[in-house]
Ligand binder design. Structure first.
Ligand code: HEC
Ligand code: HEC
Length: 297
């Protein structure tokens, strides 16, 4: 096994890996380089933080990102400890212990089987697309709002159930509203807007969405305004060129081809960032993972 060999040969302690260590790179960037190289079950190379080309391989460099404890932060369990095989006991029936398992993706026992993790159009395809991959999203994107506890039973994933408990709670109600055309109507004002503007709505000690996403200004996180209907429809990154990231699955800002199932909003409300226990760092410092280096794990 390449991974075992690599750790046996070179053993700088984890804490010694810094930006200037030869081969240093953040975990997410390393995975991006590997996917960009066609996600090989073998050798590839990447540029380290000093700009030097570094030889790497799946077994020595990528697999440990899934199988080792504490690799994404202190006190984080390895991915493989929860996603250990294509069985019902393994969360999302997902096997992150091997190349073959990773390529089979999530929900392997479902019909049709398999959710691609690296942006492929389907399981087995090689049209990898890191930028739109489930893996990138799960590693980088914090669930909103900050401080919602990671509940492994999935009990809290559809919201606190203050509304619509029999029909999928808050997330279900938002799905219904989007499905009906996402209109600025009485239901929006009474039920949806407060989900964005009230403190402690999604859990104890959670700030309102609007407190961080307060306007289309540089100070407002993601230049996003979640204080009003108009703001919500303008979406994220409003000052970017081209402006606007649609929140409700529309193809463009202003479009009405809403698609709740594939929307950014649904993802941000339901999907926990992986692994559990990565601290929410508002500066975004930790979003690409800790620094790793070839041979250091
Ligand atoms: C403590 C257990 C635990 C650990 C550790 C863990 N996960 Fe998860 N993972 C879950 C749970 C529970 C879900 C489903 C609920 C959720 O999304 O919050 C999930 C969902 C996922 C999904 C979505 C799969 C799909 O079909 O949609 C991906 C991808 C994922 N995890 C990847 C990872 C990766 C990569 C790591 C390591 C960096 C990791 N997980 C570590 C528990 C864990
Ligand atoms: C304490 C501040 C804070 C609160 C409260 C908060 N967010 Fe965020 N939000 C952030 C930060 C920081 C980011 C970017 C970093 C990240 O994804 O982790 C972000 C990113 C987002 C994005 C991605 C935008 C894009 O253009 O890609 C969406 C959507 C979002 N938040 C929605 C919400 C919603 C909905 C709520 C309330 C349920 C909420 N946020 C509450 C800080 C906050």
């Amino acid at each position: 096994m390449g991974a075992v060999l690599a750790t046996a040969v070179s053993m700088p302690a984890m804490a010694e890996v810094t930006e200037s260590t030869p081969g240093a790179i953040k975990g997410v960037d390393l995975m991006a380089a590997w996917v960009g190289a066609g996600a090989p079950n073998g050798a590839f190379s990447y540029k380290d933080m000093s700009g030097n080309s570094t030889s790497a391989s799946f077994d020595a460099d990528i697999l440990p990102l899934f199988t080792k404890d504490d690799i994404w932060g202190d006190d984080t369990a390895s991915c493989a400890s929860c996603h250990s095989g294509n069985t019902e006991e393994s969360l999302h029936e997902m096997d992150l212990t091997s190349y073959a398992g990773i390529m089979l993706g999530g929900d392997v026992l479902a019909k049709p089987p398999g959710v691609p993790l690296f942006g492929q159009s389907k399981i087995g395809a090689t049209d990898y697309d890191w930028g739109h991959s489930k893996m990138k999203e799960r590693l980088r994107n914090n669930r909103m709002p900050p401080n919602v506890e990671f509940d492994i039973t999935e009990e809290n994933r559809d919201g606190p159930c203050k509304v619509n408990a029999d029909k999928g709670c808050e997330v279900g109600m938002m799905a219904e509203w989007v499905g009906a055309g996402a209109k600025d109507d009485a239901s929006f004002k009474a039920n949806i807007l407060p989900m964005f503007t009230q403190d402690d709505y999604w859990g104890e000690d959670t700030a309102s969405c609007a407190s961080c996403h307060s306007g289309n200004t540089e100070e407002s996180l993601h230049e996003m305004d979640l204080t009003s209907y108009a703001g919500i429809m303008l979406g994220g990154d409003v000052l970017a060129k081209p402006p606007g990231v649609p929140l409700f699955g529309q193809s463009t800002i202003g479009g009405t081809d809403y698609d709740w199932g594939h929307s950014k909003m649904k993802g941000r409300l339901r999907n926990n960032r992986m692994p559990p226990n990565v601290e929410f760092d508002i500066t975004e410092e930790n979003r690409d993972g800790q620094i790793v280096a070839h041979g250091s794990r």
